[in-house]
Design a protein around this ligand. Sequence first.
Ligand code: PAN
Ligand code: ZN
Length: 200
Amino acid sequence: MKGSREFSSLFWRLDLEKGEIEGGITVQRRLSDLRGCFADASAYAVALAQGDPVIYTVSTVEPARGPGQLHGALGIIMPGRVGAEYYLTRGHLHAWRPAAEVYLGLRGQGVMLLEDEVTGESEMVPLLPHSAIYVPGCTAHRTINTGDEPLVYLGIYPAEAGHDYEAIAKRNFRQVVVAVNGKPTLLDRAAFLATLGDNR
Ligand code: PAN
Ligand code: ZN
C-alpha cells in the first residue's frame, strides 16, 4: 500500500496548545463564519458588532484516499459564549451518510450534540480527556466548548466520509446547549427561543 500514500503521515504529532497536527492543513472559523449556527440571532448580532474572534480551528491530515483509509482532524474550540450558547462548531452530516467517526477528548471540557437524521433524536455526550465518543453514521454532529479553557479533540473518520454542511445549515440542530445557572443544559431550540422572548 506504500504507493497509495500521498505524504508520509503515519505518525501524527499533535500540538495541543495550537490545536495543530504537524504537516496538517489548518482552517480557522471566525464568528462571522458561523451565521445561522447560534439560535439566538440577537445575541449573535451583538457579539459580531463587538468583534470577529476565531471560534475554532481544525487541522486535518489525509494520509491516503480510497476505501478503507482513515483521515484525522484535530480541533480546538475557544471558550466563550454568544448569549447563553457556548462556542460551537458549524456541525455537519457526512456526505457519505453511513460513515461513523470517533472523537477523542484531549484537553478541556465540552460536549458533542448528536442528532439522528432519521428519528430526529438528540443526545448530549461529554467530550473529556481520557474519553472517546462514537458518532454513528447518519448522525449530525456538533462540538461545543462548555468549559473555560480551549477544548481540544481528535476526530478520526473514513477517508470517504466527506462533509455535508447544507442539510444542517438549512434547519439548524433541533436542540441547543446553553448555560442555565452556569451549567450546560440541553434544551429544545424552540423552547430556548421562547424563554428569550419572555426576557426581552
Ligand atoms: C471534525 C469536524 C470539526 C469541525 O473534524 O470537521 O470538529 O467541525 P465542522 O466541520 O462542523 O466545522 C469532523 O467531524 N470531521 O468529520
Ligand atoms: Zn464528522
